[in-house]
Design a protein around this ligand. Structure first.
Ligand code: AGP
Length: 410
């Protein structure tokens, strides 16, 4: 075998002495710690491009399988709930949780925001998300009845790790949601949800984001079924989760049409991404993807805030991508599109609804799932939109300027 599969994770202040036929671990004071190696079940193929030109597109296309892995063995038909082995809470504990707060940076923060909406809707527990990078600087109130969830693909983001340390120092309850087994955040939390996205190499997070959202839907389902989510609603969500991989594959099969829309607007200097309620975290993640790999200035706004300021920026040079879930707010979304177009702004609608013909300049249609889960599907075309814009502009997609995959410094 060309590559090692046995690893030992060192804690802070621990060191390893490695000789030709043995190793041992100890503290800086030379006390032995006797760490046992862990087997990593990844192969070198997991890190190969496998015919793709870059990792980002490969990872976008791996999403149906990644979601399948995240769901594997975690859906319980008998009680219409989810089983998350890493979340160490009893039903009684779930009743004692008065708030769930997701902490993460960048896309992990936006995934946390999507997670907060899912937990609040499914479990009716107040939930929010906050950038982990700010957390320790504002003397946060750490309530013992709040469950904090530290979200990180790499599990090594310094700001998120520092937020976990601050939480633990204050006696907070924290669970991790990480993609890399044995990572610092996973170990610091000691319990949590493993994301099962597989290795993510491109700087822009895609499959890890999706698996974060899917995992938080399962967390919401689990907590909801302990609280007041009915069996019928539990079954609806279980079926919706099972439908996701196939529906994501359907979106990916429409890549060419999404690429055409991206090319049409690739010359824009600035873009707006609008969403409201369920679409708000989608808009934020869409803008994040576009700006980080294409360097086009992209700003996400809550559609309802448009007329309170940013509407002044709308003209024919400012395309707007609107997220339009076909939910009870559809009429509001339609009104937003009309407002933007009345000011000459081109509109791309990303939707699962049948919009009146001619309402938007371009429509990217996605399949329909349950209202709570639709944000997960609405995010996928935005990854392809960003990807094809960046490709048209000749950017280094996997390694955008000034960014690192894992931000291990403050
Ligand atoms: C995502 O596309 C970005 N590269 C970035 O925002 C990233 O999500 C953030 O740095 C957090 O990384 P983590 O998930 O590894 O903690």
């Amino acid at each position: 075998m060309r590559h090692t599969q046995q690893v030992v994770y060192l804690d802070d202040g621990e060191l390893a002495t490695v000789r030709a036929h043995e190793f041992y671990t100890s503290t800086l004071e030379a006390r032995r710690t006797d760490k046992v190696p862990t087997t990593v079940d990844l192969t070198s193929e997991d890190y190969e491009l496998g015919g793709y030109a870059d990792y980002m597109r490969k990872e976008i296309h791996e999403q149906p399988d990644a979601v399948r892995r995240a769901l594997l063995g975690r859906l319980d038909d008998r009680f219409a709930t989810a089983r998350l082995g890493g979340i160490e809470v009893t039903a009684r504990d779930v009743h004692s949780i008065r708030r769930v707060t997701f902490l993460g940076c960048g896309s992990a923060y936006y995934a946390g925001q999507m997670g907060a909406a899912l937990v609040e809707e499914l479990a009716r527990i107040p939930a929010d998300a906050e950038p982990a990078s700010e957390f320790r600087y504002r003397n946060p109130v750490v309530d013992p009845h709040t469950l904090f969830v530290a979200v990180s693909q790499s599990g090594e983001t310094a700001d998120t790790l520092a937020a976990v340390a601050e939480l633990k120092r204050k006696g907070g309850r924290v669970a991790g949601a990480v993609n890399v087994v044995g990572s610092s955040i996973g170990r610091a939390c000691g319990n949590g949800i493993f994301l099962h996205a597989g290795p993510e190499v491109a700087v822009a997070s895609t499959k890890a984001f999706t698996n974060m959202a899917v995992s938080f839907a399962m967390l919401g389902l689990l907590f909801g079924r302990v609280r007041d989510l009915s069996v019928a609603d539990g079954r609806r969500i279980v079926a919706g989760l099972r439908a996701l991989p196939g529906q994501i594959a359907e979106i990916l099969a429409g890549e060419e049409a999404i690429a055409e829309v991206a090319l049409r607007y690739a010359g824009a200097q600035h873009m707006f991404f609008l969403g409201r309620v369920r679409g708000w975290s989608v808009a934020r993640e869409g803008a994040q993807k576009l700006k980080e790999i294409s360097y086009v200035h992209a700003e996400a706004y809550q559609a309802s805030e448009l007329k309170h300021g940013p509407l002044a920026l709308i003209d024919q040079s400012m395309p707007t991508v609107t997220i339009v879930p076909g939910d009870e707010l559809l009429a509001k979304h339609v009104a937003t599109i009309e407002e933007v177009r009345a000011r000459g702004g081109p509109v791309v609608a990303v939707t699962n609804a049948d919009l009146p013909s001619g309402l938007a300049d371009a429509v990217i249609k996605v399949p329909c799932n349950e209202p709570e889960l639709n944000p997960i599907l609405l995010t996928v075309p935005l990854q392809l939109f960003a990807y094809h814009t960046a490709q048209k502009l000749g950017r280094d997609i996997d390694k955008p300027r000034n960014l690192a995959k894992s931000v291990t410094v403050e």
